[in-house]
Ligand binder design. Structure first.
Ligand SMILES: Cc1cc2nc3c(=O)[nH]c(=O)nc-3n(C[C@H](O)[C@H](O)[C@H](O)COP(=O)(O)O)c2cc1C
Length: 203
């Protein structure tokens, strides 16, 4: 089994919906065991499912973009994870990140960079999204385009601010989230296999 954890915060349910679709995509990968965790349950280093996270092969981090930055609750989680950093507990796990915001751009890149730097601080192996940007030619169809905002470092989705989470993000963004989940789970599977091969070589 390849264990993938998704840790996210969502103030109003939109980022939670994206997380659900990342889970769906990752679970479609044979042998992937994927679990969702709320950052709200991980804001203290001494409370929460930290020991389960220690067992994960990959952790996908997700936060809504609030004021051009990861949400405060997610940042509380990041700081609580400094205890893991002290023990280098997540070193060499796979990491990836996603964010969701009201605007198509909305300064999401800053949040994705924060997540990538956090993973770097933890000594994790960052997997980008890197999918072809689906909306950058005159022939592109806005309604169906995947990776519409063209983020490469991680996944960026858009939730229209006047709609509830059962109506936004739209289908194309949710399919993009599934594609991203699949990519991270597949990369994790290859990474875990490589570690097993390496251990056999040195045995
Ligand atoms: C405090 C706050 C700050 C926000 N700042 C931004 C922002 O900088 N850029 C943006 O595009 N949307 C911004 N938004 C909109 C949210 O990113 C958007 O509504 C998102 O879907 C919220 O996700 P959630 O439902 O998971 O909390 C902000 C919303 C709030 C509540």
């Amino acid at each position: 089994m390849t264990k993938v954890a998704i840790i996210y915060h969502s103030g109003y349910g939109h980022t939670a919906k994206v997380a659900d679709h990342i889970l769906k995509g990752a679970q479609a990968v044979h042998g992937a065991d994927v679990t969702l965790y709320k950052a709200d349950d991980l804001t203290s280093p001494d409370k929460g499912p930290w020991s389960e996270l220690a067992e994960a092969d990959a952790i996908i981090f997700g936060a809504p973009t609030y004021m051009g930055s990861a949400s405060a609750v997610f940042k509380q989680f990041m700081e609580a994870a400094s205890k893991v950093w002290m023990a280098q507990g997540w070193r060499d796990k796979i990491a990836a990140g996603f964010t969701n915001s009201g605007s198509l751009a909305g300064d999401k890149l800053n949040t994705l960079q924060e997540l990538a730097i956090f993973a770097g601080q933890q000594g994790m192996i960052w997997v980008n999204y890197g999918a072809f940007p689906g909306y950058n030619t005159s022939q592109s169809d806005y309604e169906s385009a995947w990776n519409r905002a063209g983020h490469m470092i991680g996944l960026g989705t858009q939730s229209l601010t006047d709609l509830p989470a059962d109506q936004t993000p739209d289908r194309a963004d949710l399919e993009t989230a599934e594609d991203f989940g699949r990519r991270v789970a597949e990369a994790t599977k290859r990474w875990v296999r490589g570690k097993v091969d390496q251990a056999l070589e040195t045995a």
